[in-house]
Design a protein around this ligand. Structure first.
Ligand code: NAP
Length: 321
């Protein structure tokens, strides 16, 4: 069977933008948008975001879900084909590449754009997932959600002790009446400079040696049940929001041994400002290769770049080259 020209794996802003560009360039893209699981549904992390207010072009904001459905509609309008399955295995040892899906399909592809994103690491405690999905004041991205009216002048909790937690806490001081930084140890993992900035803020209070055991609240978060990791004592605090900043996990398991990955699991990008991976003909876009910016708009930008890179690659190398 004739190989696909471009297979795009993923369904967030990077994947759909790549599809729109590839489709409009007559590359007839095939998107594997993912089968969905408890923690990831087609559409990616934006499906867990209530309002997106920082994506240009939406002066009144837009729900993350509506935005992803519209991205997809725009790709489909230009005849992008979509399969609601995961790619579970790849063989990038020669072109055309071989991909196997969760539905046992085998697909060959001249080029592949990997845009499988990353999942926020969650605490996994009662109340957390329910209130994150319902927009009830639990989030894994302060930059995405922190400026929402519901969080203004509230006591907000940030969980974590790394750079992300410091950054989120500092960002939230612009809106919150107080930021409680909850860390499971008495020492931060964050870089010295970020620690100093956080310590210098009179709006950030540190709750050391503390873990969150439960997120309280029915429709919206009202508080947290904490456990002191040293004394073992339980306590409850009132908060108007919780931001979990304990790291991300890139969705790259299926690429192991096929594409160079960084130590933290993200796709290694050998050339700055290009979307090529170490495998000619395989490109990466969005959060799967970006452990730094992680924004919808930057993901969409790299999706565009990946489609253009794939198009140029095909122009230079042809099919099966
Ligand atoms: P990270 O450095 O891995 O830190 C994760 C933090 O979450 C750690 O403090 C860890 O605690 C805590 N944690 C992990 N699992 C937990 C759990 N189940 N319950 C409670 N706490 C938990 O992750 P990150 O902060 O997202 O940073 C990732 C990378 O991006 C780092 O290399 C960082 O330097 C970089 N980054 C840089 C900047 C910047 O420079 N502006 C901003 C953001 C991120 P322990 O310390 O006890 O392990």
């Amino acid at each position: 069977m004739k190989p696909e020209t471009v297979v795009i794996i993923g369904s967030g802003p990077a994947a759909w933008t790549a599809a729109i560009y590839a489709a409009r360039a007559n590359l007839d893209p095939l998107v594997f948008e993912g089968a969905g699981s408890r923690t990831m549904i087609p559409g990616g992390q934006l499906m867990f975001t209530t309002d997106v207010e920082n994506y240009p072009g939406f002066p009144k904001g837009v729900s993350g879900i509506d935005m992803m459905l519209d991205f997809k509609k725009q790709a489909v309008r230009f005849d992008t084909r979509v399969v609601t399955e995961d790619i579970v295995e790849v063989d990038f040892s020669g072109r055309p590449f071989l991909l196997r899906s969760s539905g046992k399909q085998e697909v060959r592809a001249e080029t592949v754009i990997v845009a499988t994103g990353a999942n926020a690491r969650w605490l996994g405690v009662p109340g957390e997932e329910r209130l994150a999905q319902s927009g009830g004041g639990v989030s894994a991205c302060a930059v995405c959600d922190g400026a929402l009216p519901a969080f203004r002048d509230q006591v907000l909790a940030v969980v974590g002790g790394g750079d992300s937690a410091m950054e989120e806490a500092l960002y939230l001081t612009k809106f919150a009446s107080e930021v409680l930084l909850i860390h499971r140890r008495d020492e931060l993992r964050a870089s010295q400079i970020m620690q100093e900035r956080a310590f210098a803020s009179d709006k950030i209070r540190f709750l050391w040696n503390s873990t969150v055991e439960e997120v309280l609240g029915d429709d919206a978060i009202t508080g947290l049940r904490l456990r002191d990791t040293v004394s073992g004592e339980a306590s409850e605090i009132e908060v108007g929001g919780m931001f979990v900043a304990i790291g991300h996990i890139p969705n790259t398991e299926f690429l192991r041994g096929q594409v160079d990955l960084k130590e933290n699991g993200y796709v290694e990008m050998p050339t700055p400002w290009r979307t090529e991976t170490n495998v000619p003909g395989v490109f990466a876009a969005g959060d799967v290769m970006d452990d730094y910016y992680r924004q919808a708009v930057s993901a969409a930008g790299t999706g565009c770049m990946a489609a253009l890179d794939a198009e140029r690659f095909l122009a230079h190398n042809g099919a099966g080259g």
